[in-house]
Design a protein around this ligand. Structure first.
Ligand code: FES
Length: 336
C-alpha cells in the first residue's frame, strides 16, 4: 500500500511503499531529514504526527520517553505509515537543504597518520558542491555497497573535500586504502553521493559544547573551520576523546583551529593514557558534565561512538539540565 507523507511547514510531499520506514522513503525521494543511527538509538529522527496513523516499530523505548509517545512522537527510522500522514519534523528546513548529488571526485592526496587516513578529494568545478558543516557523504562502492564519511573541510572550500578514514580490519573501503595491495591511490576516482545528514551547527547565539571520539573529529573540524571563516564569536568548548595519544591523530590541528576562535577551549581526553600524558583522563561526557553542571542555556554537539553518545545524552540531560532539544548527535556505527 502506498501512502502520502506531508511535511509541515512547507507541505512538501513524498510517498512510502509497503511497510517502508518513513525515513527510508524520505531519503529515496531526496529529503534530508534529521537522522543519525537509523536504528532507534539516538532519537535524532523524532517527529510529531499531526495527522494520520503511524505504526511505531519495536525500538521506540530507547529514544522516546513514554510522555513523548503519548504526545504522538515517533522515530521515523523505525516506523511506518498506516494511512496518509502529516508530520512536523524538528530541524527540517524545507527545500533550503543543499541538494544531494552523485558525482565523481579524484583523490588528490592520501596522508596516513597511524590507523587513520586523511583523504583529500579534488571536486568537480561546476556546479560547486554545497554542504553544511557537519554533514557527511557516501562513498559508492561495488555491488551497491557504500560507506559514509563526515566531511572535515570547510564549506567555503568548494574545490576540495577532506575525509578521515579509520582502518577497520576487513572494512570494505578502508582495506582499499590500507592493505598491502591498496588499490586506491592518488589520482584514483571515487563516486560520491551527498551531502547527507542534518548534524550541523544551528544558527543561534548559545554557547556550545562539542564532544567527539576518534574520527568523530572530522565533522567537528568542519564546524570549527566554518565558525572561523564566519567570524563566529560564540563560546565553544571542544572535548576530543580517545584511548591513547596516537588515537588523537590531529591533535595539533584541533588545537590550531581552537586557537583561531575568540572564546574557545580545547580539552583532549584519554581513557587509557600511556607514557607521560599530562592532560585529562576519562571520558569526554564525564569531563563536560563535571565542568558544566548547568547546561540549560547551552547546545551540545556530539559525534562518535554510539556508547559515548547514548551516555552523553543521558548524563547531560539528567544531571546538567541540558534540554533534550539542545542535544545534537551523529553516531558512527561500524558498517555491518
Ligand atoms: Fe532514528 Fe537514530 S533513532 S535515526
Amino acid at each position: 500500500m502506498t501512502y502520502t507523507v506531508i511535511l509541515a511547514p512547507d507541505q512538501a510531499v513524498f510517498t512510502t511503499n509497503n511497510n517502508e520506514p518513513i525515513l527510508i522513503a524520505a531519503k529515496r525521494h531526496g529529503f534530508n531529514l534529521p537522522n543519525s543511527c537509523q536504528n532507534g538509538i539516538c532519537g535524532q529522527c523524532k517527529a510529531e504526527v499531526l495527522n494520520g496513523n503511524v505504526k511505531q516499530g519495536p525500538h521506540a523505548e530507547m529514544a522516546l520517553s513514554k510522555e513523548e509517545q503519548k504526545k504522538g512522537k515517533i522515530l521515523m527510522c523505525c516506523s511506518t505509515a498506516e494511512s496518509n500522514i502529516e508530520l512536523k519534523v524538528p530541524g527540517y528546513n524545507g527545500r533550503n537543504t543543499p541538494p544531494v548529488k552523485t558525482f565523481p571526485a579524484r583523490i588528490s592526496n592520501i596522508h596516513r597518520i597511524h590507523d587513520v587516513v586523511i583523504i583529500t578529494l579534488a571536486l568537480p568545478k561546476a556546479p560547486p558542491f554545497a554542504f553544511w558543516p557537519g554533514q557527511y557523504i557516501d562513498v559508492l562502492l561495488k555491488d551497491s555497497n557504500s560507506r559514509s564519511y563526515s566531511i572535515a573541510s570547510s564549506p567555503s572550500r568548494t574545490d576540495v573535500m577532506e575525509l578521515h578514514v579509520r582502518y577497520r580490519e576487513g572494512g570494505l573501503f578502508s582495506e582499499l586504502l590500507f592493505s598491502e595491495k591498496a588499490v586506491l591511490k592518488e589520482k584514483s576516482i571515487l563516486r560520491i553521493r551527498g551531502p547527507l545528514g542534518t548534524f550541523t551547527l544551528k544558527n543561534t547565539k548559545k554557547p556550545i559544547i562539542l564532544l567527539a571520539t576518534g574520527t568523530g573529529f572530522a565533522p567537528i573540524a568542519s564546524i570549527l573551520r566554518s565558525m572561523i571563516i564566519n567570524g563566529d564569536k560564540r563560546s565553544v568548548h571542544f572535548y576530543w576523546g580517545a584511548r591513547t595519544e596516537t588515537d588523537l591523530y590531529q591533535l595539533q590541528t584541533a588545537a590550531d583551529l581552537i586557537s583561531q576562535l575568540p572564546q574557545a577551549r580545547f580539552t583532549p581526553v584519554l581513557s587509557r593514557p600511556q607514557n607521560n600524558w599530562k592532560g585529562a583522563i576519562g571520558y569526554v561526557q564525564d569531563l563536560a558534565a563535571k565542568d558544566y553542571p548547568d547546561l540549560h542555556a547551552y547546545e551540545v554537539y556530539a559525534c562518535g561512538s554510539a556508547a559515548m553518545i547514548t551516555d552523553a545524552k543521558k548524563l547531560l540531560e539528567e544531571k546538567c539540565k541540558l534540554p533534550s532539544e539542545a542535544f545534537f548527535s551523529d553516531v558512527f556505527l561500524p558498517a555491518s
